[in-house]
Design a protein around this ligand. Structure first.
Ligand code: FAD
Length: 295
C-alpha cells in the first residue's frame, strides 16, 4: 500500500511498532525492505507505536492527528489526510462459534485435514480456519494459496470425496517498489518451537552471471536442521527482475518433499547467463549453509 499510495502522488508515512518492517521475514531482510521504502520517499518510523488517531485540530478540517510513541524519542504527532490501518488479520468466527463449532489457534475454526469442523456436516476453509502446517503443526496462517487448496478439499469432501489438505508451508511473496521479499517454511525461532535444532545462515549471490548486464544480488537466509541437514526454511530478498518467486518456489517444493539442504545443490536447475548460473543462487546459498554447519 505504501508503494501504491506513493504512485498516486501521496506523501506516505509508515508507522511500525517493531524494530523493522515486514516482520514475516527476519529483521536483517526487513531492514532491506525498509531501505527500499525509504529510497522511494516513504517516511518509515520503526519502533513507533500508534496510540491514538483523532481528528486534527481546528483549521485542519477532514484531517487526522496520529499520536504515536517512539521507543526512545517519546511522543510524536503527525497530521494526515488519510489513515490506513494494517495491523494483522483476525478471523471473524462468531457465527460458527455461536453455532457450537470449536475454535482453536487465534480463535480460528478447528478443522481436520478433510476440512470438517467439529459440527456434524459443516465444512470450513480459508481465512476463518486453523492452518495445518507441514512443519509447525496447527497454526493460523491465512493466505490465498492455502484458501484455494482448502476450499477444493472441503468442496470435494462435502460431495462425498476423500481428499485431505496436504498442509501449508506459509510460502509467500511480496513486491516492494523494485524489490521482492519472500519466504517459505519456518524461520529459526519457529523451527525451535517445532522441535528442530535449526541453524540459519545469511548469504548473498548473483541472480545471474555478473558478466551479463543487469545482474542483481539476491540476499538469502537459509534455515536447516543441524542434525539431519533437512531444509526447514528459506527467505529471499532481491530485485523484482531476479526471479525471486521462482527460487522461493523451488525451496517450497524441496521442503514439501523433505529434502536436505545438501540435496538442493544436486537439483538439476536451468542455466543460461542472462537468467542464472551453473550453480543457481539458491544452490550457492545452500553450499554456504553446509560450510557453516560443517565448520
Ligand atoms: C490486501 C490483501 C492482499 C493479499 N495478497 C495476497 C497474496 O498476494 N497472496 C496470498 O496468498 N494471499 C493474499 N491475501 C490473502 C487472501 O486474500 C486471503 O487469504 C483469501 O482471500 C482468503 O479466502 P477466503 O475465501 O477464506 O476469504 P475471503 O476471500 O475474504 O472471502 C470471504 C467472503 O465471505 C463473505 N462473508 C463474510 N461473512 C459473511 C456472512 N456472514 N455471510 C455471507 N458472506 C460472508 C465476505 O464478504 C467475503 O466475500 C491478501 C489479502 C489482502 C487483504
Amino acid at each position: 500500500m505504501a508503494e501504491g499510495l506513493s504512485a498516486r502522488g501521496l506523501a506516505v508515512t509508515q508507522f511500525e511498532q517493531l524494530p523493522e518492517v515486514l516482520p514475516t521475514v527476519d529483521p536483517s531482510l526487513g531492514a532491506l525492505v525498509r531501505a527500499e521504502l525509504t529510497s522511494h520517499g516513504v517516511d518509515v518510523k520503526t519502533n513507533t507505536t500508534v496510540t491514538r488517531i483523532g481528528e486534527a485540530p481546528v483549521g485542519s478540517p477532514g484531517r487526522f492527528e496520529i499520536h504515536a510513541e517512539h521507543a526512545s524519542d517519546g511522543p510524536l504527532i503527525t497530521v494526515a489526510d488519510l489513515v490506513l490501518v494494517v495491523v494483522g488479520v483476525r478471523p471473524d468466527t462468531s457465527l460458527a462459534a455461536d453455532a457450537g463449532a470449536e475454535l482453536g489457534v487465534g480463535r480460528a475454526i478447528v478443522v481436520d485435514r478433510t476440512m470438517r469442523t467439529t459440527l456434524d456436516g459443516v465444512f470450513a476453509a480459508g481465512d476463518c480456519v486453523v492452518t495445518h502446517h507441514r512443519l509447525m503443526g496447527l497454526t493460523y496462517l491465512p493466505l490465498g494459496t492455502t484458501a484455494h487448496k482448502q476450499g477444493r478439499v472441503a468442496g470435494e469432501n462435502a460431495l462425498g470425496g476423500k481428499r485431505e489438505f496436504a498442509g501449508s508451508l506459509g510460502t509467500q511473496v511480496v513486491k516492494i517498489f523494485d524489490m521482492v521479499a519472500s519466504r517459505t517454511g519456518v524461520r529459526d525461532h519457529e523451527a525451535v518451537a517445532a522441535g528442530f535444532d535449526p541453524v540459519t545462515v545469511e548469504f548473498e549471490a548473483d541472480d545471474h552471471k555478473a558478466y551479463y548486464p543487469g545482474s542483481h544480488k539476491i540476499r538469502m537466509r537459509y534455515t536447516g536442521d543441524r542434525q539431519t541437514g533437512r531444509l526447514l526454511g528459506l527467505q529471499l530478498f532481491g530485485h523484482r527482475h531476479a526471479e525471486v518467486a521462482k527460487r522461493i518456489d523451488i525451496a517450497a517444493a524441496a521442503i514439501f518433499n523433505g529434502m536436505t539442504i545438501e540435496a538442493m545443490s544436486e537439483l538439476d536447475l536451468s542455466y543460461t547467463p542472462p537468467l542464472g548460473s551453473p550453480w543457481d543462487a539458491i544452490q550457492v546459498g545452500a553450499q554456504a549453509w553446509e560450510r557453516t554447519v560443517s565448520g
